[in-house]
Ligand binder design. Structure first.
Ligand code: COI
Length: 373
């Protein structure tokens, strides 16, 4: 499909220099995370005068930006992350891309960037996956898709840019935390915060991640895999991890996670909350204090903790470290609910089980008219 009901079309102009098949297959054999990129990008340009135009799927090549481009100075940027999954019959499916499209709109409004029509967002992603279908690896790897919009206007005054560019780049990817199947240790950051009420914490923008890097470096210095942020006002309430939402399993059968507001409305977070009843768990969104986390892990009322994200999937958390000391979760090994939810989610994503909720969206590799809805 190259057209959209909203008038933004993504026709494919193939690169004249595709990666030779042998080289591509060697890269797909062990792609790591975020280092290998496919041959094409999807792109569209926006200006206040013309709206969205000049859209298509083209060769992936370095961008040319004016040194005064607003994104380089004021971080006017938003992004998304989703994956394309190889199915048992060789076809390829996305996972709930409409949720990413809706969150992209939300982020665009918060960062004063032009929202791309949500149907066009999904069309762009699907068109790129069709163009680079040979780059979709076999399970357990997948093709990580990174849609983003940057403010390109060359202007040093501070106001919403009047020119922007949308792109989707694709990266065959293995696990984000390779070799960490035994579980992650998080550093509880009680000084550096990620987001404050009224800020951009619920938008997916580069600035949030830049603001988290120093805390991540502190975590690494303490031999932790990632950071767990607390709220900015009291440094008391759990928010999210550096690249993931956080969920706790309680001994009385609840799946508890901090409420939305200053954290990202994760697609995996949401999906796991919806799967919870199938696993005998009651989903609960409520504030959790760091004291409750510590005492619950000590007295056994919190039995498991895990993190969710498109890149992280469902990653067990087996210990926490903080300035005040260290504590383990349960026996310090991945818990049964964590592993069962992970298997369930991956089975849905990779098409190994029926999908009664309609979460898989085929990209329509074999048909000129896509079945994207
Ligand atoms: C994702 O999980 O898609 C993310 O955006 C996290 C990332 C920064 C690796």
């Amino acid at each position: 499909m190259t057209s959209s009901a909203v008038g933004v079309e993504f026709p494919h102009r193939p690169t004249p220099h595709p990666t030779p098949a042998g080289q591509r297959d060697a890269l797909l054999a062990d792609p790591g995370f975020g280092r290998v990129f496919s041959d094409h990008v999807a792109t569209a340009t926006w200006s206040a005068g013309r709206g969205w135009h000049d859209a298509g799927v083209r060769a992936s090549e370095p961008l040319s930006l004016h040194p005064a481009a607003a994104v380089l100075h004021y971080a006017q940027e938003i992004f998304e992350g989703l994956k394309a999954y190889r199915q048992p019959d060789g076809s390829v499916a996305l996972f709930r891309p409409a949720l990413n499209a809706a969150r992209f709109t939300h982020s665009a409004r918060r960062l004063a960037l032009p929202p791309l029509p949500e149907e066009a967002f999904v069309d762009a992603v699907a068109a790129l996956v069709r163009a680079d279908a040979a780059w979709v690896p076999e399970p357990p790897a997948s093709l990580y898709l990174r849609p983003f919009t940057v403010a390109t206007e060359a202007f040093l005054g501070v106001r919403p840019a009047e020119e922007a560019r949308f792109l989707v780049t694709a990266s065959p990817a293995g696990p984000l935390f390779a070799g960490r199947d035994a579980g992650l240790t998080l550093w509880i950051s009680d000084e550096l915060s990620r987001a404050a009420p009224g800020g951009t914490g619920d938008a997916k923008c580069g600035g949030n991640y830049a603001a988290g890097l120093a805390a991540q470096a502190v975590a690494r210095a303490h031999d932790c895999d990632q950071v767990l942020f607390l709220d900015a006002r009291e440094h008391r309430w759990l928010e999210e991890s550096g690249t993931m939402n956080v969920l706790l399993v309680t001994a009385d059968g609840e799946l508890v996670t901090p409420p939305l507001g200053t954290i990202l409305d994760g697609v995996t977070r949401r999906s796991v909350l919806e799967l919870a009843p199938d696993h005998g768990l009651t989903p609960v969104e409520r504030a959790v204090s760091v004291d409750e986390l510590r005492s619950g892990c000590a007295d056994g009322s919190i039995t498991e903790v895990f993190a969710t994200g498109t890149a992280a999937v469902i990653s067990p958390i087996v210990a926490f470290r903080a300035a005040s000391g260290e504590f383990a979760v349960g026996a310090g090994t991945p818990g049964p609910h964590t592993l069962a939810l992970r298997t369930d989610l991956l089975d849905i994503q990779f098409g190994r089980v029926p999908d009664p909720r309609g979460w898989r969206v085929p990209v329509g590799l074999d048909s000129p008219s896509s079945d994207i809805t």
